[in-house]
Design a protein around this ligand. Structure first.
Ligand code: PLP
Length: 345
């Protein structure tokens, strides 16, 4: 049983889809062939339909969320980016960006704090970067907060939704750039990420006109318009994503299930000696649950003996917490089994 928050448990149907991919012959076809373009178009259409992505947004594919950090730094900011974060992933994004642009500003907030979005000290920045779901400490920024941010500033807003997209409903219209890799909520193998761009992001990308890198915006965009890619991409993972999107319900169904399951997790913790890391209900993530305990290493070892994979603590919370994912691929049976185990530790 794999409760690691990414790479995470694969959807069981992936096995069947892998076989279908092999048998269909698409894996040895050229990335400019009509059959590949049709796959790409269908995947884009399905993403928009199932995740409620506005029709006028553009979707491109990259290899990882980390690569999206790099693309955003190179192709979407000229005057500097403003990074709002409370944990290790947001901080990493900022330091990644700063190495490329030398123009990244930090705004750190407390893990128990609901962000007051109109309190920020933005001036010349043309990009706001925010981690919607901070995988290191299990906090999230709500759709309502993002809406306030959108209404308060005119800069482009970029959102890292790597451990939430595909598991909860996100109001995509409230930001300009969204990205996530597929090895978390999508329950697919690693090596593919989705980058979603608003018409305003496209406009800023065209203005900056960065075309000198492997995955510069101009290259991504020009090819995406023809349902092509500039190099041979991860066709296998695109195929798997396509088949998973095709069989998945609309995101609201998963959102309800994820919300219900996380509430049950918090109720369950009250019956044990374990405590959640985050006390403020408003900011608790729905997809990643960090749990505090005194004997974390023993818990992880015991779990390992029972073939249960838990997530280690991360960053500042490395030794004092462990993390479990609440991703759609997990079953009630697996959750019950983990709870039975945790009751005994
Ligand atoms: C996992 C994760 C990443 C890194 O994803 P890769 O696909 O490994 O690059 C970035 N941001 C967040 C919030 C994550 O959870």
């Amino acid at each position: 049983m794999n409760f690691y928050p990414g790479p995470s448990k694969l959807f069981p149907s992936v096995e069947k889809h892998l076989q279908e991919a092999y048998q269909s012959g698409i894996l040895s076809r050229n990335h400019r062939s009509p059959i590949f373009s049709a796959l790409l178009k269908s995947t884009v259409d399905l993403l928009k339909e199932k995740l409620k992505i506005p029709f006028d947004y553009t979707i491109v594919f990259t290899s990882s969320a980390t690569e999206c950090w790099e693309i955003i730094a190179q192709s979407f900011t000229q005057n500097g980016s403003y990074h709002i974060y409370n944990g290790a992933f947001g901080e990493k994004w900022k330091s990644y960006t700063d190495k490329i642009t030398n123009k990244a500003t930090s705004y750190e907030f407390d893990v128990e704090e609901s962000l007051i979005m109109n309190d920020l000290k933005l001036n010349h920045h043309d990009l706001i970067c925010i981690t919607q779901n901070e995988t290191s400490n299990g906090t999230q920024v709500s759709n309502t907060c993002l809406k306030t941010l959108r209404e308060s500033y005119s800069s482009l807003i970029a959102v890292d939704a790597t451990s939430s997209l595909g598991g909860v409903y996100l109001d995509i219209s409230q930001a300009d750039i969204w990205f996530a890799s597929v090895q978390k909520c999508f329950g697919l193998p690693s090596g593919l990420a989705i980058l979603v761009l608003s018409p305003q992001a496209i406009q800023q990308g065209k203005l900056i006109n960065d075309d000198q890198h492997y995955n510069s915006f101009i290259k991504l965009y020009t090819n995406a318009n023809k349902y092509q890619t500039s190099y041979t991409p991860n066709i296998l993972n695109l195929f798997l994503l396509n088949r998973r999107l095709n069989e998945m319900p609309i995101i609201h169904v998963y959102d309800q299930q994820t919300s219900k399951r996380i509430s049950q997790w918090y109720e369950f913790l009250e019956t044990t000696k374990l405590t959640p890391l985050i006390n403020n209900k408003e900011v608790r993530s729905k997809t990643v649950l960090p749990i505090k305990g005194n004997n974390i290493e023993d818990i992880l070892n015991l779990a390992d003996q029972k073939n249960i994979i838990l997530g280690k603590g991360y960053g500042k919370w490395k030794d004092s917490t462990f993390r479990i994912s609440n991703f759609p691929a997990l079953t009630i049976k697996e959750i019950n089994q983990l709870q039975t185990f945790l009751q005994q530790v």
